[in-house]
Design a protein. Structure first.
Length: 181
């Protein structure tokens, strides 16, 4: 679960099945009591219909928790915090970072650092589309060492410069069919 909408969808399905819970958090639900296999299967099917997945094995759960911590860090913080990410993840997840990094790479096929970079670039895209901040302000907000560093990483990931990405958005906005008629 990576959004409030996901949390609400999970809550709705739990309530439909009359499964009492204490916590619904990003990527994790704490039930008041263990559920029967039939109820677990009903929940799994209901969540699948909403595009969500019920994860039971510990490795997958830890990967999802890692992703959720990163997503919260990158997308939902007012400002990307000045933290040592390895220490932050270790503290938040209560696991040794080396273990987390190895497991993450093994299961996802990419590194934690790359996953963070991809999320940061998605956040930068979002901020560029809002068009409320300059590239310098976005660079500062996302804790890049410089606008040049942000631009280089953006181009490496997207194949476009941030400025060109922004121009494409403006160009597309100007030629919508409604405006041509």
């Amino acid at each position: 679960m990576v959004s409030l909408r996901c949390k609400l969808a999970v809550k709705e399905e739990l309530d439909k099945l009359k499964l009492k819970h204490t916590t619904i958090d990003l990527g994790e639900v704490v039930l008041k009591k263990n559920i029967h296999a039939e109820d677990r299967e009903l929940l799994r099917k209901a969540l699948l219909k909403k595009g969500l997945e019920l994860i039971d094995d510990k490795k997958s759960l830890l990967i999802e928790r890692t992703k959720n911590v990163i997503i919260e860090l990158v997308h939902y913080a007012e400002k990307y915090p000045k933290v040592n990410v390895s220490e932050y993840l270790s503290k938040e997840l209560d696991y040794n970072y080396t273990h987390l990094a190895n497991l993450f790479s093994e299961v996802t096929g990419t590194t934690i650092v790359n996953y963070i970079i991809l999320n940061k670039i998605e956040r930068v895209k979002e901020l560029l589309l809002y068009d409320e901040l300059s590239l310098t302000e976005i660079s500062y907000l996302m804790e890049y060492s410089s606008v040049s560093h942000l631009s280089n990483q953006f181009k490496k990931v997207t194949g476009l410069t941030p400025t060109y990405f922004k121009q494409i958005k403006q160009y597309k906005k100007r030629i919508q069919l409604e405006e041509l008629l």
